[in-house]
Design a protein around this ligand. Structure first.
Ligand code: GMT
Length: 372
């Protein structure tokens, strides 16, 4: 098949998932065309049947806001026509679903039908998408898609609650390349972070408000009082300085390290003992799944789709949003004793296998086949 993928090229989960999907499809022999404004972060190295088309957004003195959506729709039309694409798979509804609708209409006038599949990822529905500045366009363009998928049952249900959706939404869970994330820890790296064998706690995100990174610092503060530990923060974003300030205020900033945005998550996860995800909402929590695939148990909130992937008492624990005391107790229960920690690690790794790339990618291929 000849597939167009539209996504955000950044470190966010939707872009990561879309890029990994494209790479997996290319490995299976499909031609994949990425259409976005920047080379996706996980699209590294040369793969012969992957093509990258950059959306150029020319500026003009009249434009206070250069019209990206128009440039994207025009690029879609160009790429679809010149590369004979069979279908377009857009990730994250805003503005990808409406740009795809526009491209579809333009091509229809020229006698070409291009099926559009929209995958909903989370905040495009539950946070940004429902805002009245976007909602009518989001609802309309989702309804115009030939197929709609959501990355968890929770997100599917939320979408039906928030928007008057007229079509079925299929759940295709996010996936992880289990083999890639089953790395052995690099001892030298572990020693740099935890020179005295301290437990390593980890949080990775875009540091937006919804992630409640202050809760991560508070949990770590409680944990390190009882068990020697270090905290690694991966990623960057608006709340990073809040987390730094709090770590300083609580006197733990020497035990906390911010390593910024990282591409080699598998090497970092390989040295971690516990992943913390304290979000107000996660449609899925891809970062938590990558942690589990690396054999790292997860202490998280029970928000949104996290209930579907983190199994309480098996792969980690869950608590109500903001219940720092409970999450601190749970973290300690997991990391205090070696044998308990090993049990959680093993079960997390086993559980992640059901979301392996080899199980999920064929579900997308089956969906695509329906439109050919
Ligand atoms: O977590 C974010 O804020 C980034 C966001 C994105 O669109 O990149 O992530 C969303 O999509 C991921 C991939 O499907 C999910 O794993 C995340 O749970 C989801 N984030 C939220 O729902 C807040």
């Amino acid at each position: 098949m000849n597939i167009g993928i539209v996504c955000y090229p950044t470190f966010g989960g939707s872009g990561v998932l879309a890029t990994e999907l494209g790479k997996a499809l290319a490995q299976k022999g499909h031609q994949v065309h990425f259409i976005t404004y920047q080379q996706p972060v996980r699209l590294n190295g040369f793969i012969p049947n992957i093509f990258y088309h950059e959306v150029q957004v020319p500026t003009y003195p009249l434009f206070d806001y250069p019209p990206y959506e128009t440039a994207l729709a025009s690029t879609m039309v160009d790429v679809i026509k010149n590369n004979h694409l069979d279908l377009l798979h857009v990730h994250y509804a805003i503005p990808h679903a409406s740009a795809a609708y526009m491209a579809k209409q333009i091509l229809q006038k020229e006698g070409k039908n291009i099926p559009v599949i929209t995958t909903l990822h989370g905040t495009d529905i539950t946070l940004v998408g429902r805002d009245k500045t976007y909602a009518p366009v989001v609802a309309f363009s989702i309804n115009q898609s030939d197929a709609i998928t959501a990355v968890s049952q929770n997100l599917r249900d939320e979408t039906f609650k928030i928007f008057p959706i007229e079509k079925e939404i299929e759940v295709i869970y996010n996936f992880v390349d289990v083999e890639r994330f089953s790395r052995k820890p690099i001892d030298a790296f572990r020693k740099v972070i935890a020179p005295h064998g301290e437990r390593i706690l980890l949080h990775a995100s875009n540091f937006r408000k919804i992630k409640r990174v202050q809760d991560v610092v508070k949990i770590f503060y409680n944990v390190q009082k009882e068990v020697p530990a270090k905290l690694l923060f991966v990623g960057d974003g608006p709340e990073r300085s809040t987390a730094e300030d709090l770590a300083r205020e609580l006197g733990v900033c020497d035990e906390v390290r911010f390593v910024g945005k990282q591409e080699q998550m598998e090497d970092i996860l390989a040295i971690a003992d516990l992943f913390l995800l304290t979000s107000d909402y996660e449609s899925f929590g891809l970062a938590a799944l990558e942690a589990m695939a690396s054999g790292v148990p997860v202490v998280s909130t029970n928000a949104g789709g996290l209930r579907e992937i983190n199994i309480d008492g098996v792969t980690g624990f869950m608590s109500n949003i903001g219940d720092v005391a409970s999450m601190s107790r749970q973290a300690l229960e997991i990391i205090r004793k070696d044998d308990v920690l090993q049990g959680f690690k093993q079960r997390a790794a086993i559980h992640a296998k059901q979301y392996d790339i080899h199980n999920i990618v064929p579900q997308y291929e089956a969906l695509y086949s329906r439109f050919l």
